[in-house]
Ligand binder design. Structure first.
Ligand code: DGL
Length: 261
């Protein structure tokens, strides 16, 4: 069987990236890893989280021998990508970082918001992206402690508290000198699952930037000859680090065509 692509997140958020990756790499086998034992990543202290993830990858790489890894999580990527590449130099790692550059290129009003976990918006990495690419914009960083969990509940149980979504996204909407925010960067892979509710509860229409397709394209670009591959029949699997995925989580990943390992 050919080597898989391993997609990693703290929970179900990386499924938004897996969805796009499958469109671009239909023959590829995927292993999806949800570190649900560590969820939510948003509130972790940086060094402790980095050590946890580097440790987990020692076992994951040995067991699955992926050809490439996608860290489909902003919170993890903004702190641990460098450590992972240094610890496992033979494996290519593709990360997910807030799409600040495309937002700065696209905004007409010059007012952009970045909506992520408290961890992602506090990171130096995110601030450096703003300094490099968005100096001419007014960028508001909005850290939400609740949205990732709201997305998990929505995807597992089909329920979402719309008032909570409204309250969490409200700080993204800024009016200044007669101009308004026109782009919100979804800087957490869980959030695209809630984007319809965000549209519905937003005070005015904006573009919501979901980087999933760009990440999948980047992964594809590192796998030469991928488009010519034929499927080898291997099954896609999901792994939950808790080892205790409940019925709702199992149902959800099965709906994505993943067997629970
Ligand atoms: N999906 C993750 C991200 O992109 C984080 C969710 C969490 O664990 O808090 O940042």
């Amino acid at each position: 069987m050919s080597a898989p692509v391993l997609v990693f997140d703290s929970g179900i958020g990386g499924l938004t990236v897996l969805r796009e990756a499958r469109v671009l790499m239909p023959a590829r086998r995927f292993v999806y890893v949800a570190d649900d034992a560590g969820f939510p990543y948003g509130d972790w202290e940086e060094r402790a989280l980095a050590q946890r993830i580097v440790g987990l990858f020692g076992r994951l790489l040995e067991r699955h021998r992926p050809q490439l890894v996608v860290i489909a999580c902003n919170t993890a990527s903004t702190i641990v990508l460098g450590d992972l590449r240094a610890a496992y130099p033979d494996t290519p790692f593709v990360g997910t970082v807030p799409a600040i550059k495309p937002a700065a290129e696209r905004t007409r009003s010059g007012l952009v918001s970045v909506l992520g976990t408290p961890g992602t918006v506090a990171r130096q990495y995110t601030r450096d992206l703003i300094a490099s690419w968005a100096q001419k914009c007014h960028v508001r960083l909005v850290g939400s402690s609740r949205l990732a969990a709201l997305a998990e509940t929505y995807m597992r149980d089909g329920f979402v508290d719309e008032e909570a979504v409204r309250a969490e996204i409200a700080p993204c909407f800024v009016e200044k000198d007669g101009r308004r925010t026109d782009i919100v960067v979804l800087a957490c892979t869980h959030y695209p699952f809630l984007v319809n509710r965000m549209r519905k509860t937003a005070p005015w229409p904006v573009d919501w930037i979901d980087p999933a397709e760009a990440i999948a394209r980047r992964a594809l670009s590192l796998l030469p000859g991928e488009r010519e591959q034929q499927p080898d029949g291997g099954e896609d699997v999901a792994i939950f680090t808790s080892g205790r995925a409940d019925a709702a989580a199992r149902r959800l990943v099965r709906g994505f065509g993943l067997a629970v390992a």
